[in-house]
Unconditional design. Structure first.
Length: 364
C-alpha cells in the first residue's frame, strides 16, 4: 500500500493505570535495594480513595507497602488521603522450586517480542516516540502550572506514511485533566504553545494537520476518581505503540527472573543493536520460554527485507553475539538492581540511560 496511517498513544504518570504501575515498580525497587535476589510479583488496583496491593513476594526485604503507595500518589500530585489494603503472600513453593537452580530458570512460560527501526534516533517507531514526548511535556507543563492542569492525561499521534516512509503528522490528540477555572480556549492555547510546539518537528506539520485538545470537553475529575486503575493494563503504551506485536505479559511489578520482563528487554537490546550496527533497517524478534527452563524454546527473527542478510543468516549472527539464557540476560543487563521506576512512564524502550538501550558491537 503506497499510503497508510498509523496511530499510537501514551499517558502521563497520573493516569490511574500508570499510578498502579508505578506503585508496583516502586515496591519492586524497594525489594531489590535490600535483597537483589527478590522474587516479586506485587501489583496494585486503585479506585477513588482505595488502593488494593496484592500478589506474591519472595524476599528478605522489609517493605512498607502502604507507605510506598501513598508516597507515589503524593509525588505524582494527588493530595488526597488514601486507604490501602494489602494482601501479599509468599511466592508459591512450586514456582520457587522451578526457578531456584544453580542455573537461573524462567519464572514463567510465555512469548516476548523485541523491535527496532532506524525511523528515529531512539530506534523506536515514530508515532509512539512522539506520543511519549508529548506526554512527557504535558506532565512538565502540568507541574509548571499546577493550578491549571491536573495529573491525569493522554496523548495520541496519527502519522501518514507514503511508500513506507514517514511523510507527515496527520492528527495530534491531547486530553488533560484541568482546573474548572481555565476555559477550553485558554487550555487549547496552553497545550499548543507549551506541549505540541515544544515537541513536534514543524516540518512534519502542514495545513491539514489536526489538533484535538480535550475533544470530549471538560476533564476536571481525573485519576482514580474518574476511572479505576490496575497494574499491567498499558502494555501497548509500554512497548511499541502497536507497531510491533506485544508479548503475553506486562512488565511492571515483575522481577527479572520473570522473562515477560527480562527477555522482552533483551529482545529489544538485540533488535536495537542489529539496527544500530547497520545489519538491517528494521528488526523484530520473537522469543518463547518455559517455566523452569534456562534457555528459550524458540527464536524467530524478521528483518522485513531490509537487510543484505537473510533472516536465517541474521539468526546465526545473533546466536553468535547474544546469549538468551535467563542467567546471562540478567547478568549482561545487570537487572538485579532497583532501576525499574525509571521504566514505568513514557515507555520501557528508547530511553538512552537504560541498559538494554546501550550499543554493542556485533561481530559478523
Amino acid at each position: 500500500m503506497s499510503k497508510f496511517y498509523f496511530s499510537s498513544e501514551s499517558v502521563t504518570s497520573g493516569h490511574p493505570d500508570k499510578i498502579c504501575d508505578l506503585i508496583a515498580d516502586s515496591i519492586l525497587d524497594a525489594a531489590l535495594a535490600q535483597d537483589p535476589k527478590s522474587h516479586m510479583a506485587v501489583e496494585a488496583t486503585i479506585k477513588d480513595d482505595t488502593i488494593f496491593i496484592y500478589g506474591e513476594a519472595g524476599t528478605k526485604a522489609a517493605i512498607d507497602y502502604a507507605g510506598i503507595a501513598k508516597k507515589v500518589l503524593k509525588d505524582i500530585g494527588y493530595p488526597e488521603e488514601y486507604n490501602v489494603i494489602v494482601k501479599v503472600n509468599k511466592q508459591s513453593a512450586e514456582i520457587n522450586s522451578a526457578v531456584e537452580h544453580d542455573e537461573y530458570s524462567a519464572g514463567d512460560q510465555g512469548i516476548m517480542f523485541g523491535y527496532a527501526s532506524d525511523e528515529t534516533e531512539s530506534y523506536m517507531p515514530f508515532a509512539i516516540d512522539c506520543a511519549h514526548m508529548l506526554a512527557k511535556h504535558l506532565e512538565e507543563t502540568r507541574r509548571e502550572n499546577p493550578t491549571l492542569l491536573g495529573p491525569d492525561g493522554k496523548t495520541q499521534v496519527t502519522v501518514e506514511y507514503e511508500d513506507g516512509k514517514l511523510k507527515r503528522i496527520d492528527t495530534i490528540v491531547v486530553s488533560t485533566q484541568h482546573s474548572k477555572d481555565i476555559s477550553q480556549e485558554e487550555l487549547k492555547k496552553l497545550i499548543i504553545d507549551k506541549v505540541i510546539n515544544r515537541t513536534v518537528d514543524s516540518s512534519l506539520i502542514d495545513e491539514n494537520t489536526k489538533y484535538l485538545i480535550n475533544p470530549s470537553g471538560s476533564f476536571v475529575v481525573g485519576g482514580s476518581w474518574g476511572d479505576s486503575g490496575t497494574t499491567g493494563r498499558k502494555i501497548v503504551v509500554d512497548t511499541y505503540g502497536g507497531y510491533a506485536p506485544i508479548g503475553g505479559g506486562c512488565f511492571s511489578s515483575k522481577d527479572p527472573t520473570k522473562v515477560d520482563r527480562s527477555a522482552a528487554y533483551y529482545a529489544r537490546y538485540v533488535c536495537r543493536n542489529i539496527v544500530a550496527n547497520g545489519l538491517a533497517k528494521k528488526c523484530q524478534i520473537e522469543l518463547s520460554y518455559a517455566i523452569g527452563k534456562p534457555d528459550p524454546i524458540s527464536i524467530n527473527i524478521n528483518s522485513f527485507n531490509t537487510s543484505k542478510y537473510s533472516d536465517e543468516q541474521l539468526e546465526e549472527i545473533v546466536k553468535k553475539n547474544f546469549n538468551f539464557s535467563v542467567k546471562n540476560m540478567i547478568q549482561e543487563l545487570n537487572l538485579e538492581r532497583p532501576i525499574y521506576t525509571q521504566t514505568t512512564n513514557y515507555g520501557h524502550f528508547g530511553k538512552p540511560y537504560l541498559p538494554w538501550e546501550q550499543f554493542k558491537k556485533i561481530s559478523v
